[in-house]
Design a protein around this ligand. Structure first.
Ligand code: 8YV
Length: 327
């Protein structure tokens, strides 16, 4: 029997997951649950790694590939992979794996919760009670905006978008969407309607951004876009922060060009407590928890382990980004 392969994990993971990896590999791990692995350590580890178990916060790029002669698989704990140079991996026959599907419903739950929270001012209302301010009542106390029978505009109609659309239809919303490719099946099955981007932003009461970060989507939401939205409309982002020009969002909120925002993602994460977006009462900010239920995060970790295991024994992984390396 040859030597076991070496897998480096870039964040401290639950013991059960580590044991799974240890069943087929020697394991190295960055021992922090919440701080990303320093670049210098990641590079040192990459030199000897057959597999990397990575997070969105780990840039996996040409510099790393160049010094990682044994690397066969990078398994990212996310459906997105904007932290990874895919072409560079493909050129070297390195499999890039991710965790689609298993997080779809959980992320849709969060996106729709964010919409409800911002519309009905739930964050403000909870603070109001906790801060002991609830000593009277008035007809418009913490009155928000209705969700039912309003128009939801989804930008980025992938699986998560479709799952949000199903929730929205249950709330009797009208759902319009924009996507790079028209989704004829979704239109038939879900009765959602396609709109060009410029029409969608003018028509929606809630604009929900779920698009991945690509060259085309980077900084898609600029001041001009916010200005074209209804002044009563809310902007919700559960996709990627860099799809938004954050300073333009701040300006649009200051100028009251939109009614508020619900944000699970930011241009640069994590954000500090004194981030300018946090001073708006009509902004709900979350720490990128789209897929963060225990069930889903455990399933995502297990998927990453299985993807790595399969690649290291010469099989095709369950979910990968660059299938072409097997052709
Ligand atoms: C990540 C996400 O899983 O899947 C994605 O692309 O953005 C999240 O669900 C989370 O940020 C952990 O990396």
């Amino acid at each position: 029997m040859g030597q076991k392969p070496y897998v480096y994990i870039t964040r401290k993971l639950p013991a059960k997951i580590i044991r799974n990896v240890e069943s087929f590999a020697n394991v190295g791990m960055w021992e922090s649950k919440n701080r990303p692995v320093p670049r210098s350590i990641l590079l040192e580890e990459a030199k000897k790694a057959d597999g990397l178990f990575t997070m969105l916060s780990d840039p996996i790029d040409e510099q790393l590939y160049r010094i990682a002669p044994k690397l066969k698989v990078v398994a990212n704990l996310a459906v997105g992979y904007d932290n990874i140079d895919i072409q560079g991996a493909t050129n070297r026959g390195i499999a890039v794996c991710h965790t689609p599907d298993i997080l779809t419903e959980t992320t849709a739950d969060l996106a729709f919760s964010l919409l409800l929270t911002v519309a009905r001012r739930l964050g403000e209302a909870m603070d109001y009670v906790k801060e002991g301010k609830w000593n009277s009542w008035s007809p418009l106390l913490l009155a928000g905006t209705d969700v039912h029978h309003k128009t939801l505009g989804i930008v980025g109609m992938g699986k998560i978008g479709e799952a949000v659309a199903r929730r929205a239809l249950g709330f009797q919303m009208k759902v319009i969407y924009h996507n790079r490719n028209r989704k004829w099946d979704s239109e038939k099955q879900l009765s959602v309607e396609y709109r060009p981007f410029s029409t969608l932003i003018e028509e929606a009461d809630y604009v929900l951004c779920l698009t991945p970060l690509t060259e085309e989507t980077k900084h898609l939401f600029s001041y001009d876009v916010f200005k074209k939205m209804k002044k009563t409309a809310y902007f919700i982002n559960a996709g990627r922060g860099q799809v938004v020009v954050e300073k333009d969002l701040i300006r649009a909120l200051q100028d009251q060009e939109i009614a508020g925002a619900g944000l699970d993602v930011f241009e640069k994460e994590p954000i500090d407590g004194d981030h300018p977006l946090l001073k708006f009462p009509n902004v709900v900010a979350l720490p990128h928890i789209g897929s963060a239920s225990v069930e889903t995060r455990m399933a995502m970790m297990e998927r990453s382990v299985e993807n790595i295991r399969r690649v290291l024994i010469g099989e095709k992984p369950i979910s990968m980004v660059n299938e072409e390396i097997y052709q």
